[in-house]
Ligand binder design. Structure first.
Ligand code: 2AL
Length: 246
């Protein structure tokens, strides 16, 4: 089985980090094809970042479909372009935020999210509404850490900061699980699970395992309704290359 793990930001070090985490959990015989967008922002933290990350991300979805991958994972906690990617793909497309939230709900009645900058909190809160998760998530907590600070191996200082915020979540929010709110936190999941004694869910590994399960069951993205392939029409300017073909 071939899973395309897409980092929708353009930072190769972060792609490498998430690929290491993904390869530690997949079954024998599952290949992780880790890629990042060729165009777009170095990290995705604002609405502008997200909008300008989408052409590069959708190009990777198209390339993965052409290569016949069995599933795609969008590895950014804002799940950028998830619905658009599902319109383009026939293979399943999993976003790491949705995957982590769904998995958290299977092992705890409630969870808190520990994420990066405060300005990304409303994005996560919008996703909780979209995914029908508001009754299961008690709080989305910011650590004040920028995504690019997590691009390579996480430093001891940042490990402590993230661990401390998780401990506060457990002490104050009454939750049974923690969801890590950035793909760049994928290297912390095992040690935090051991240190905190509760399920800590990293979206990269959650999404990869869900992608494996869906592909293994032969489930594909529905082409009925709003995930149907976009109809042909012209796009102009730099977007002409994205014009849906007949
Ligand atoms: C992220 C992430 O996972 N990758 C990225 O560029 N931004 N998430 C976040 N909460 O800021």
């Amino acid at each position: 089985m071939k899973l395309q793990l897409i980092n929708p930001n353009t930072t190769a070090a972060m792609t490498d980090k998430m690929a290491v985490a993904a390869r530690q959990v997949v079954s024998v015989g599952t290949q992780i094809l880790a890629v990042q967008s060729a165009t777009g922002p170095a990290s995705i933290e604002t609405a502008v970042d997200e909008a300008l990350a989408l052409p590069g991300l959708l190009a990777q979805i198209k390339a993965g479909e052409a290569a016949g991958v069995d599933a795609h994972v969008i590895a950014c906690f804002g799940d950028p372009g998830l619905r658009a990617a599902r319109e383009l793909a026939t293979a399943p497309v999993i976003g790491i935020a949705e995957a982590a939230m769904q998995m958290a709900c299977l092992v705890a009645s409630s969870f808190s999210v520990v994420t990066t900058l405060a300005r990304t909190v409303p994005t996560a809160q919008r996703l909780l509404v979209d995914y029908g998760m508001t009754s299961r998530c008690r709080r989305v907590r910011a650590t004040g850490i920028a995504v690019l600070e997590l691009e390579a191996q996480t430093s001891d200082l940042l490990r402590k900061k993230i661990g401390d915020e998780c401990r506060l979540a457990l002490a104050e929010d009454g939750v049974g699980a923690i969801v890590l709110g950035c793909a760049g936190m994928a290297d912390l999941c095992t040690e935090l699970t051991q240190a905190l004694g509760v399920p800590v869910i990293d979206g990269v590994t959650a999404a990869v395992k869900l992608a494996e399960a869906l592909a293994g069951l032969g489930l594909r993205t529905s082409k009925q309704g709003d995930y149907a392939r976009p109809g042909a029409k012209p796009y102009v300017g730099v977007m002409a290359q994205f014009a849906p073909a007949a």
